[in-house]
Design a protein around this ligand. Sequence first.
Ligand code: PEP
Length: 251
Amino acid sequence: MRKKLVAGNWKMHGSLAENKVLLEALVLELGQASTAGCIVCAPFPYLAQVQSVLSGSTLAWGAQNVSNHAKGAYTGEVSASMLLDFGCSYVIIGHSERRALYGEDDASVAAKFAAAQAAGLIPILCVGETLEEREAGVTEAVIGRQLDAVLAVSGIEGIGRAVVAYEPVWAIGTGKTASPQQAQAMHAFIRAKLAVLDKDVAASLVIQYGGSVKAANAAELFAQPDIDGGLIGGASLVADEFIAICRAAQG
Ligand code: PEP
């Protein structure tokens, strides 16, 4: 049976003071919970603070991006081994904001995925279609292409050591959630596509849904057979919301 996993993506939000309040609330309310995994993905400068507050709890943490290089003259970049120095277990790879705003194409997403795994991090690989792509009827082709790019570099074995997050771009930060049926259909598509390569990997892969998940809609989404938790943006910044979403994943 797959364990549900909820990851908060703080994006470029937070301050030392705000984070302290939020993290301490999470430790108090979720720090002993063991059924569903709960992860906080914070901006780079706050990873030391996150490590200091979450260490010793059952909460895990990670980053939102990583370099595809191990080290070197790459000004402004952060390597996977640096993230490990701060206790990160996870890193979000290929978030749609990075694909759209920072020119990350399928090849660079695949390279970052491989670099993260080579260093010992668990990638949370984001895939998802834009509204235009959905309306043009190419949703499955887009998701298939995004997965194929990673499969070509890391293989099904690599996917088996990662988490996939299905995040329709039109649902991220818009307040428009995919219906549980729409999301389930895409999760089933992803699992079926991967099952062609390896049934066991497909059956055990955690596939999160992301896109305007809130306390009010989390339980219904997480009740779908192929939805194994969520990647949460805006609602992960509000302690009560994020705690309720993590509890919804605990069933
Ligand atoms: C995200 O940042 O991955 C996300 C899903 O954001 P939101 O929950 O705000 O839509």
